[in-house]
Design a protein around this ligand. Structure first.
Ligand code: ATP
Length: 290
């Protein structure tokens, strides 16, 4: 059987609000998610037995704790797939960065294994299965612009916001998502720090890039930034270099800026690239993965 090559795209948050803590310990979220063109490559091929994961990044485990391994195992067990699966990940999305790299790899494996073994699963089926691997996996199945609620699995498609120029700045620190949520005092978040999701949705509808950019808010900045000052510095630098708005993505530490055009994004990226404290990526928002 021939192999498959898939793209696993990174995401940014255009907003992130935490509404409270649930009885099961998870947080109740409301966030606008947006895929960008920066992606990992996931190669799938059949092998005689087992699941083999190989990843180009030394920061990513190749054992059963890898999200891609978990996704392949889930489908193999559920559908009695006898064949083994080899997964090769060419990592381009920074790891532990707030860009959902692991979730996106898992989603690509779910889509790919469905195709490789002709399982006939719908996107809805894949999203439901994805939730068992991780909260952001259902979103990563088809990406684009979406409102994600619950723990991230309740999805509503929003107007397309593709083709917008974005610069990502990933400081040289990794931030644990669990640490950020563990240190969040959800009851102490003040209204001024919360995003206005209705305002943002309306601005997406009219593709008002300025209103979106100027109203992005992420309540997790209140936990990550006091510990990692470099995130604020990166956000400020992006604004100084012409971004219309800048924010931290997910639990961080990646900061991103939205730029009015490709030329200003490229110029900002060139300036930022000289600084050893971070890595810089020029990218664009993308639409639904078909
Ligand atoms: P999120 O935004 O969903 O919180 P993230 O971008 O902050 O995710 P990831 O890059 O997904 O973080 O990685 C989080 C941790 O998961 C890493 O420290 C890594 O050890 C582990 N991991 C397991 N599988 C993968 C994978 N396929 N790609 C990246 N990291 C993985």
């Amino acid at each position: 059987m021939p192999g498959l090559e898939l793209k696993a795209q990174a995401k940014i948050n255009l907003s992130l609000d935490v509404l409270g803590k649930r009885e099961d310990g998870y947080h109740e979220l409301r966030m606008i998610m947006q895929t960008v063109s920066l992606h990992d490559i996931v190669l799938l091929e059949t092998v005689p037995s087992g699941i083999i994961v190989e990843c180009s990044s030394r920061w990513v485990p190749e054992d059963r704790t890898n999200t891609a391994w978990k996704a392949a195992d889930l489908l193999r067990c559920k559908f009695g797939i006898k064949s083994g699966i080899k997964i090769k990940i060419i990592k381009r999305i920074p790891v532990a960065a707030g860009l959902a790299g692991g979730s996106s790899d898992a989603a690509a494996v779910l889509r790919g294994v469905n195709e490789l073994f002709s399982l006939g699963l719908s996107l809805t089926d894949l999203r439901l299965l994805g939730k068992q691997v991780g909260a952001d996996v259902p979103y990563c199945i088809s990406g684009g612009t979406m409102l994600a609620e619950g723990i991230g699995e309740k999805l509503t498609r929003l107007p397309d916001f593709s083709g917008v120029d974005v610069v990502l700045v990933k400081p040289g620190v990794g931030v644990s998502t669990a640490w950020v949520y563990g240190n969040l005092r959800a009851s102490e978040i003040i209204d001024r720090d919360r995003p206005d999701t209705n305002l943002l949705s309306g601005a997406l509808r009219t593709r008002d890039i300025r209103t979106v950019s100027e109203n992005m808010k992420n309540v997790l900045e209140g936990v990550t930034i006091p510990k990692y000052d470099i995130v604020r510095f990166a956000k400020d630098k992006l604004l100084e270099l012409g971004a219309i708005g800048s924010m931290m993505s997910g639990s961080g530490p990646t900061a991103f800026g939205i730029f009015p055009d490709g030329k200003s994004a490229a110029a900002a990226c060139d300036k930022l690239a000289g600084d050893k404290r971070w890595k810089c990526f020029r990218t664009k928002t993308t639409g639904e993965i078909k």
